[in-house]
Design a binder for this molecule. Structure first.
Ligand code: PLP
Length: 394
């Protein structure tokens, strides 16, 4: 088997089919025409990815999907318009009315929204579970459990899940395991070897990698490919070939970007950990993180996204800290080349567990800037925070 960096350079392209061009071009089409009716009729099985109609994908779409599938060790992949629609498709592909779904309490909150507002009215019972449950999930499995969903580490709070233990329990009852693997990316993990059946990525993040693209992708093992592909067909999702082209262009460099971003993030996280205003840094790649052993066992690396819990300070102090930063943009999403900060609001929506940090928390995305400059910027932010606090007390 080729190593991930080699796969990244070669997967999803066939110059011999495109006049020698290194990259698969952007194919824009709705209609595809055939020389005979007989030939047209042989292009019906969408699970085989025929070039048959624009909505079902073009060579550009398939090049992107093929590269992601090869990188992650999947049977097949399908592109979706964004990460949330990838979650929606994966869940709808396996669940039926009357079934029970297990969702981690740390799941990406719009995924919770879809479950609570859309799946529940369809007659699916959604139960949230402690993301740290591990093999204990066996006790929550029921006769009618239709899927176990995982997200490791969890959104905002970064709990690592024991995926192999969860998958072993679910598979003992023939229940599929789905995982949102956006944080670890297809580059740093082989989810199918860990026991995941359907893997979900917000390609908007590191696959696109340049904060200019919305895309999602679902990859599956052989068993779940047809139901996933059929669900995409039935709900009518399609992705423009231009977006697939950009996503594949981003994917080519995910290895070099991620290795650098992980290194930068570790340097910044270690510095933050040592600051008196900081209580904890939630980043599984840090030795101090409770999920470090699982991270090391199951993943090959970490992305540059983590949260920082402050000691007990008021929210206004956190806002002063964030507002003082010059190199960290304030805004949603992550995975681009640039650093970002948002305030973490993770306590309000939890239902199965309580998240009670010592103080307020922020989520940082560490980009490709020089980490020393990022540290200098954060140091300045902390000085503002402390200076103002001393002023308020004095
Ligand atoms: C951003 C994100 C998504 C959704 O991706 P979009 O492309 O914004 O729809 C899903 N899961 C996780 C973990 C994310 O961070």
């Amino acid at each position: 088997m080729q190593k991930p960096d080699t796969v990244l350079a070669h997967a999803g392209r066939s110059p011999e089919d495109h006049s020698g061009m290194v990259n698969t071009p952007v194919f824009r089409t709705s209609t595809v025409i055939f020389p005979t009716i007989e030939e047209y009729e042989t292009h019906r099985d969408i699970s085989q990815k025929p070039v048959s109609y624009g909505r079902h994908g073009t060579p550009t779409t398939f090049a992107f999907e093929d590269a992601v599938a090869k990188l992650e060790g999947a049977h097949q992949a399908v592109a979706l318009p964004n990460g949330l629609s990838a979650i929606v498709v994966a869940l709808l592909a396996v669940l039926k009315p009357g079934q029970h779904l297990l969702m981690p309490d740390s799941a990406y909150s719009p995924a919770r929204g879809f479950c609570d507002r859309r799946l529940v009215p369809l007659g699916i019972e959604v139960e949230y579970y402690d993301p740290l449950i591990g093999g204990g999930i066996a006790k929550l499995l029921r006769e009618n459990t239709g899927a176990v969903f995982c997200e490791s580490p969890g959104s905002l709070t970064f709990e690592m899940q024991d995926i192999p233990a969860i998958a072993a329990a679910a598979h003992a009852r023939d229940i599929p395991v789905l995982a949102d693997n956006t944080w670890v990316t297809p580059y740093f993990a082989s989810p199918f070897e860990l026991g995941i059946d359907i893997s979900i990525h917000a390609g908007t993040k590191y696959i696109g990698g340049h904060s200019d693209l919305m895309i999602g992708v679902v990859t599956t093992n052989e068993r779940y490919w047809k139901p996933v592909r059929q669900t995409v067909y039935d709900y009518g999702y399609s992705v423009s070939p231009d977006d697939c082209y950009q996503a594949l262009r981003g994917l080519r460099t995910i290895g070099v970007r991620l290795k650098q971003q992980m290194q930068n993030a570790l340097k910044v996280a270690r510095w933050l950990e040592a600051q008196p205003e900081v209580s904890r840094v939630l980043f599984p790649a840090l030795e101090s993180d409770p999920g470090h052993a699982l991270w090391k066992r199951d993943y090959r690396g970490a992305s540059g996204l983590f949260s920082v819990v402050f000691k007990a300070i008021d929210d206004a102090a956190v806002a002063r800290f964030a507002n003082a930063l010059k190199l960290f943009g304030i805004g949603s999403s992550w995975g681009g080349f640039e650093s970002l900060i948002t305030v973490v609001h993770a306590a309000a929506y939890r239902t199965a567990t309580r998240w009670q940090p010592e103080g307020p928390a922020v989520r940082l995305h560490i980009g490709l800037e020089d980490p020393d400059d990022l540290i200098a910027d954060l140091k300045h932010g902390l000085q503002e925070l402390v200076a103002d606090r001393a002023g308020a007390n004095g």
